[in-house]
Write a protein that binds this ligand. Structure first.
Ligand code: S3P
Length: 450
C-alpha cells in the first residue's frame, strides 16, 4: 500500500523531444464512484477502463468488506454485484483507504445511513487530513463519528438507524463533501438537498442519474441546488471510464516545456468541471488543441494534442476556475516556471489540505530549483524563468503526494540540472504506468538506489 512501503527515490533529466501517443489510465474520480454505486445497486455493474491505481484498488477492497461482490476480469474490466441501497453489511475489519481522501469520504457517506458501524484508517497523509467536513453533514442524517483530535482518522462511524433526509449548504468547494452527502441521502426516505456555491466536479450527479436515481440540478441565487430522492432502486450499468484529465495533465505539460515535443493524449474526459487546466494553458499561449470531440458514457471526451510552446507567458488564473483544476495547480506551477513573467493563483486555500499542503510542497521544491515563489494562506505566485530557464539540481520532498512527485519529475525534464524526488512510490495511487508511459515518449526517468 502506498506510503507503507520503502521510499522510491527518483531522478529526472533533460531529454530530447517527447513524441507519440500517451494512453493515460482511467479517471480516478469516476472509477471510485463506479465501484461504490455498483455496490449500491441490485445486480451486476460492468466497468471497463477502471483505474487500477492503489486508491481505487483500496475502494474495491472496501466494497467487498461491505458485502459487494467485486471481480477483476483483467485489462481494466471489472464487475460489481451490488447489495442494494441500504444493504451494506458491517465490515469485520478496519477499512484501510490508503492514501485516498476520495475513497474514505465517499465510503463514509455511503455507509452513514446504514445501521452498521465501520472504522476507517489510512496512511500518514490520509490520517492527517480533515474529516469533520464530511462527518458534520453526516451527523445531520443521524450518523455519529468518533476520531482523533481535529476530526482525523482513524475514525469510527456509527451509521444512522433511522436516517432523515437533510438540506446542506456545502461550506467549502468540495466534490467529496457534496458526494458524501448525496450518497448518504440515497438511504434516507424523502428529498436530500445539497447546495454548492461553486460548481465542483459533477460525476456523482451524472452517475446517480445514469443508475436511475431521481436527481435534479438547478442554478439559483444560492448556487447549484441538487435534489435527490431517497431510497431509489438503482439499476446496474455498463460504465466505460474515460481517461483521466488529471493524469493527462502530466504528459501534456511535459510536451509544452520539453523542446521539440509533440504528444497526443487520446480519449480524455473533458467534463467542464475538470478541464480548467487546459483553458488556462491555452490562455498562457500553449500550443494545445482538442481533436475528435465526442461523448462517451455521458461524459464529453476528446483527443488532446500538445506541442512544445516556448513563448508561454504567466497569467492571473481566475479564482472562479479553481474548482475545475484543483488537482492541477502543482503541474501548472511547473509550466509557469518555464513561462515568462508571473503566474498568480488565488482562491486556492483547498490546496493546503490535499494529500499534502500542495502550496508549501511546490513552493519549497521550486525555490530549491531556482524558481522564486511567493505564497499566502490562499494564494501563491510563481516567477517564470522562461523556456529552459529553470536551474534545477535539487532533491524535492514528495510528502506522500503522487501529484507532487510527478510534478517535480516533469520539472526535471526541462531543467538545466536533473531534479530528484525523495519518493516516487505514491505515483502508483493514481498513475501506476507513469514511468513506462513517460519513458516511451522519450523521457529520461530513473529510480535511484537509496
Ligand atoms: C475529488 C474531489 C477533489 C479532488 C480529488 C478528487 C473527487 O477533492 O481534489 O482529487 O473525486 O470527488 P475535494 O472534494 O477535497 O476538492
Amino acid at each position: 500500500m502506498s506510503g507503507h512501503g520503502a521510499p522510491v527515490p527518483m531522478i529526472s533529466r533533460a531529454c530530447g523531444a517527447l513524441s507519440g501517443m500517451a494512453e493515460v489510465p482511467g479517471d480516478k474520480s469516476i472509477s471510485h464512484r463506479a465501484l461504490i454505486l455498483g455496490a449500491l445497486c441490485v445486480g451486476e455493474t460492468r466497468i471497463s477502463g477502471l483505474l487500477e491505481g492503489q486508491d481505487v484498488l483500496d475502494t474495491a477492497r472496501a466494497m467487498r468488506a461491505f458485502g459487494a461482490g467485486v471481480t477483476d476480469h483483467g485489462g481494466g474490466n471489472w464487475s460489481v454485484r451490488g447489495v442494494g441501497v441500504g444493504g451494506f453489511c458491517e465490515p469485520d475489519q478496519v477499512i484501510d483507504c490508503g492514501n485516498s481522501g476520495t475513497g474514505v469520504r465517499l465510503i463514509m457517506g455511503a455507509m452513514a445511513t446504514c445501521p452498521i458501524t465501520a472504522t476507517f484508517s489510512g496512511d500518514a497523509s490520509l490520517n492527517g487530513r480533515p474529516m469533520a467536513r464530511v462527518t458534520d453533514p453526516l451527523a445531520l442524517f443521524g450518523a455519529r463519528a468518533v476520531g482523533r483530535s481535529g476530526g482525523r482518522l482513524p475514525m469510527t462511524v456509527v451509521g444512522a438507524d433511522d436516517p432523515v433526509p437533510v438540506r446542506y449548504v456545502v461550506p467549502v468547494p468540495s466534490a467529496q463533501v457534496k458526494s458524501a452527502v448525496l450518497l448518504a441521502g440515497l438511504n434516507a426516505l424523502g428529498e436530500t438537498v445539497v447546495v454548492e456555491r461553486e460548481a465542483t466536479r459533477d460525476h456523482t450527479e451524472r452517475m446517480l442519474a445514469g443508475f436511475g436515481a431521481t436527481i435534479t440540478v438547478e442554478d439559483s441565487d444560492e448556487g447549484r441546488v441538487i435534489t435527490l430522492t431517497g431510497q431509489p432502486e438503482l439499476r446496474p450499468q455498463e460504465i466505460a471510464v474515460p481517461r483521466d484529465p488529471s493524469s493527462a495533465a502530466f504528459p501534456v505539460c511535459a510536451a509544452l516545456i520539453v523542446p521539440g515535443s509533440d504528444v497526443l493524449v487520446p480519449g480524455i474526459g473533458l467534463n467542464p468541471t475538470r478541464a480548467g487546466l487546459f483553458t488556462t494553458l491555452i490562455e498562457m499561449g500553449a500550443d494545445l488543441s482538442y481533436e475528435n470531440m465526442r461523448e462517451e458514457g455521458g461524459e464529453p471526451v476528446a483527443d488532446l494534442r500538445a506541442r512544445y510552446s516556448p513563448d508561454m507567458v504567466g497569467i492571473e488564473v481566475p479564482p472562479a476556475r479553481a474548482a475545475s483544476m484543483i488537482d492541477e495547480y502543482p503541474i501548472l506551477s511547473v509550466v509557469a516556471a518555464n513561462a515568462r513573467g508571473q503566474t498568480m493563483m488565488r482562491g486556492v486555500k483547498e490546496l493546503r489540505v490535499k494529500e499534502s499542503d500542495r502550496i508549501e510542497a511546490m513552493a519549497t521544491g521550486l525555490r530549491a530549483n531556482g524558481v522564486p515563489v511567493e505564497d499566502g494562506p490562499d494564494w501563491w505566485s510563481v516567477n517564470g524563468q522562461g523556456a529552459g530557464g529553470v536551474a534545477g539540481g535539487a532533491i524535492c520532498a514528495s510528502h506522500l503526494d503522487h501529484r507532487i512527485a510527478m510534478s517535480f519529475l516533469i520539472l526535471g525534464m526541462a531543467s538545466q540540472a536533473p531534479v530528484s524526488v525523495d519518493d516516487g512510490g505514491p505515483i502508483s495511487t493514481s498513475f501506476p504506468i507513469f514511468e513506462p508511459l513517460m519513458a516511451r515518449l522519450g523521457a529520461a526517468l530513473e529510480r535511484q538506489v537509496s
